[in-house]
Write a protein of this length. Structure first.
Length: 284
């Protein structure tokens, strides 16, 4: 009986230890589970901006941020399915539509940079130094020089298609195979352009952080039509009750706060700013 009682007490002790250990794991897991999901663009990821910003936000709030980097169109679709807590993209007409359709209560401007046309240093289309992006695209088309498009419904792709329209050209109908839509992000697009010695539209932030430039250089910049604005939205908890509204709003508020705006302004590569905060600019 004594031996049986000892075994019973030992078993109970082990069970209690296991339970306590399990509770400890559970508490730890719960502590680690405080995170939000942000649907954003490849430009914010490929430029290195998130690597610079997110540790500061997490240290301040204890909220981890998991980024799903897609083209703007795909990021919006993700948010429309309720698979993200925050949407952070760069195509204002699409963002305004997202709000109008009830997927967010409001859109807040965060920052801007610009697009540039990069191409081979030998510049067979003769566009180097042009400040007129429509004229430059016309010359590229006339020369049938390789042009690599993201072709992925991203904010950059949408901007590119709009720019072709200003040049009164439809590259989808181009003959000769010079226009190549690859359906991938900014990094692969630039890699392909470098390999083909072709032209491409890129956001300046990704370009500055891009290492595999080959013979590519910035050839066209400075046209006001190359302006590139970013906005952020909390995905509607009214439409998707599982959205982490409090923590998601904390991220939105931090991005547009003085601290968040300073962190964006402070992110530089080789002394060059990649993004310019403008949360307080009316109509941005």
């Amino acid at each position: 009986m004594l031996r049986r009682s000892f075994i019973s007490r030992a078993a109970l002790g082990c069970a209690a230890a296991v339970a306590l250990f399990g509770l400890g794991l559970g508490a730890s897991a719960r502590a680690e589970e405080r995170f939000i999901t942000v649907a954003s663009t490849t430009s914010t990821e490929d430029s290195g901006l998130f690597k610079a910003l997110l540790p500061t936000f997490t240290a301040k709030t204890g909220i981890a941020v998991r980024v799903v980097a897609k083209g703007t169109g795909q990021a919006i679709d993700l948010a429309k399915r309720g698979d993200a807590d925050v949407l952070f993209v760069h195509h204002k007409p699409s963002e305004d539509k997202f709000v109008a359709e009830g997927f967010a209560a409001e859109r807040k401007p965060v920052m801007y940079n610009d697009f540039v046309i990069v191409g081979p240093a030998k510049d067979p289309a003769g566009v180097k130094g042009s400040k007129d992006v429509a004229d430059a695209l016309g010359k590229i088309a006339a020369a049938k020089a390789p042009f690599v498009s993201r072709g992925d419904d991203s904010g950059t792709h949408k901007a590119e298609l709009s720019l072709w329209k200003t040049a009164n050209l439809d590259p989808a109908k181009a003959e000769g195979g010079w226009y190549k839509a690859i359906g991938q992000g900014m990094g692969p697009t630039l890699n392909t352009a470098a390999a083909l010695e072709g032209y491409a539209l890129a956001d300046r932030g990704t370009w500055l952080n891009f290492k595999n430039r080959g013979g590519l250089a910035v050839l066209v910049e400075g046209d006001k039509r190359l302006f590139n604005q970013y906005g952020v939205m909390l995905v509607s908890p009214a439409k998707f009750p599982h959205v982490k509204a409090k923590d998601g709003q904390s991220f939105v508020d931090w991005l547009v706060s003085a601290d968040g705006q300073k962190a964006i302004a402070d992110y530089q590569i080789d002394g060059q700013s990649l993004f310019f905060p403008n949360a307080n600019e009316p109509g941005a």
